[in-house]
Write a protein that binds this ligand. Sequence first.
Ligand SMILES: [Ca+2]
Length: 377
Amino acid sequence: MFPTFLRLQALEQSLPASGYVNAKHRLQTCSPNGHFLRNVPLGSLVVETLGVETMKFAFELGNKRRLMSSHTLDTTSPSLWTNLCDDVASKNRIFTRVLRVATNDLDMYKLDSNDGVMNQGLCSTFCKSDECRAFSYTTSEKRCDTYSREIDEEGTANVSVSTLYFSKETSSCSEVKSGSPSGLYLIYTKEGKHVSLFCDMDTAEGPWTVIQRRNSGNVDFYRNWTEYKNGFGDLNTEFWIGNDLLHLLTSTISTLRIELGAWDGTRGYAQYKKFQVANEAQNYRLSLQTSSGNVSVDALMFGNGADFSTYDRDNDKSSHRCAQKFHGAWWYKNCGISNLNGRYQLDSGDDISAMTWKEFPSTRNRAPLMSSTLLIK
Ligand SMILES: [Ca+2]
């Protein structure tokens, strides 16, 4: 049996050479351990259409022809294809080409150097570990260097021609380098969008992406459908991440953790598996499964299967407008037993229109809470 490295090399040599596949200078490679072109017979790559800047290609797998998406050709690069599998967005495997690089202090972060590496696609396979954040490939010497630091675009530096630099993309909070602090990180979603997310590196079982946080009452959460769709507030303090982005993130991220804080100092959490939020056409419907926690009532489970409602968009099963009755925006059925986007107020007695979670603290029915955080991974 070939080691993965040799198999990759053999396959690449057999492919039609014509520049390498690159969308906006992204070098896309595949998951480690031979996932690259696995089960695809040699010579099965078919070029469907060829344009000046884009090329569509397909795999023939048995009798099935699977069309791959179109990509921009980078004609300045050595001739080879590197993007030949469909799970290119797999963890830790997306790199961005960095054109202007200040190289003077890069040596301090060098992990490894290998000569005789055939191309930058293979070089990227040397940068699989979490520790590796970037690599460079020097064409003339076929040298592959890996680095423990991401490479930033340096506006005034010269564009390097003989050496190509690639820096790792972070495509979820779970890929933020371990030991990094909680805070804002630029995340590259699999849909190809850069978004700023707050990554929580401190809460148990993390890292987590924070999707809602309330702890001061400074941000008003009684907002309309469009505001919940797009998100509002400040990622560093209080915010709702936005239902469109929540849908996008939960297409792959599937554990939800809810952290609760009561005014008497009690803290609690509930955790759910298979957390998903549908798209807008499906009213951002909630689906999840109970996993673990230490609160006495599994209050969000009540909303499983419910559509999202706001005061101006009543999607609940009640004859009332639950969002108005509960002064919030949530997955209400015939209303609910959790209301974490409800009114922020001091605890002067039970109140269903406040930010509440049924029987948290356990001695109370609907106590207004001091804080809540929703986290996903
Ligand atoms: Ca209703």
